[in-house]
Each structure stands twice: as C-alpha cells, then as structure tokens.
Design a protein around this ligand. Structure first.
Ligand code: URA
Length: 215
C-alpha cells in the first residue's frame, strides 16, 4: 500500500422471525453456531428486499480460526458476480493492507455488514443492516477473532451503532461483542485519496499494538 511491510434497531419488513433463546439484543434472529448451516441460511436468505436484486449472496472468506477479522460494508458489483468479498480494485488494496501487517488474505477472515449488494452500491438501509446483523454476529461468534477491523465509515457506524464521523471513530480501540475493534478507512476511499494511506497504516499499527499489549 505504499508503506513499509511489517514482517514477523428496527423491525424487519419481511415477516416476524421465530422467537428463540438465542436471540440477540439488537436483532430478533437467533445466532447459528454452525458454519454449514449458517452458510446455507445466508444463501437462501429473503429477510430483506435485496434478495430480489442480488446475483448471489457474498458470505465471507478466509480462515475460520483467524485472529484478524476485517468487516466491510456490502458487496459491490464484482463481489456480487463472483460471490466473494473485496475482489475488485478496493479488494486488491485491502490485500496490500493485510500484507502490510505481515499476513495474507487466507490467514484473516473478511466479511461484510451486508451479504447482498445494494443496487447501485448505495449505503445499506437500517432495515437491511438489521436484517443481516445476526449473520455477521454468528460469524463473529464462530471465528472468535482477537481483533476486528471495521473497514470504512458504513461498517464502523453499523458495528458501533453510531452516527459519529469516521475521522472521530479512528484512533480509538472500541468494543464489539467484547472484542477490540479498530476503525480504518475503506480502501475504495484510499484509492481516491492517496494521502490518507498513512493514516490507514496508523490504524493498522494501533490494531497490532492492541493485540500485543496487555488485555
Ligand atoms: N466494499 C466493501 O465494503 N465490501 C466488499 O466486499 C467490496 C467492496
């Protein structure tokens, strides 16, 4: 990424889901504690209208035992076509960011707040994010990462349930489900604003320090 490499909410519109003991505070949907079942559930999901316009769902990719979990916003056009998160130009830069912390794409896990592409890449609605929330929370519960990187404003604001601008969310270690969470800029933004790459590197260093420091 042009930097040194480090070596070593609301009701859901589509009918009420069943109540269950596994419900989360924010979402009425139960968590699914099994990868195959969860993947199948996501593949057939019709909880929000995005299922009508998607080519396919984009579940997530990477190491089920990853220490680092990167969470972006939602699939774009390339991701919708290929069924994998961050495969376009922004994805290539995300790969470089991962390389900069001494890891590979295969060693981390990459997911999105939404599993389906919003038409014309618009921001996810509150209803869509709420409908999809339990999928992501299930992934987090299964992976049990040591750290979460919220990639971009939309991911950060959704994960932290905050309307604070990204510039103010950066530089602080937050908490998501008792897991430290660090916010950084979206690689699509970094492609347009090269000067912010230095700040993204600062974010990754904060995350790395958080992992190595006392907890
Ligand atoms: N942007 C995201 O936030 N996620 C993707 O998967 C692709 C682009």
């Amino acid at each position: 990424m042009g930097i040194e490499t480090w070596t070593p909410r609301l009701p859901v519109p589509h009918g009420p889901p069943p109540a269950s003991a596994g419900e989360t505070a924010a979402s009425p949907y139960p968590l699914i504690p099994d990868w195959d079942e969860l993947e199948q559930e996501v593949r057939g999901c019709t909880r929000c209208p995005l299922h009508q316009t998607r080519t396919q769902t984009v579940f997530g990719v990477g190491n089920w035992n990853a220490r680092w979990l990167f969470i972006g916003e939602a699939p774009g056009e390339s991701e919708d076509l290929q069924g994998e998160p961050f495969v376009g130009r922004a994805g290539q830069l995300l790969n470089e960011m991962i390389k900069a912390i001494g890891l590979t794409r295969e060693e981390v896990y990459i997911a999105n707040v939404l599993k389906c592409r919003p038409p014309k890449n618009r921001d996810p609605s509150v209803e869509e994010a709420t409908a999809c929330e339990s999928h992501l929370r299930s992934q987090v519960a299964l992976i049990k990462p040591a750290i979460i990187i919220a990639v971009g404003r939309v991911a950060a604001q959704n994960l932290l349930q905050s309307a604070t601008p990204i510039g103010k969310l950066r530089g602080v270690v937050h908490d998501y489900q008792s897991i430290p969470l660090v916010v950084t800029y979206h690689p699509a933004y970094l492609l347009r604003s090269q000067t912010e790459k230095r700040r993204a590197w600062e974010d990754l260093k904060l995350a790395r320090r958080t992992l190595s420091g006392p907890r």
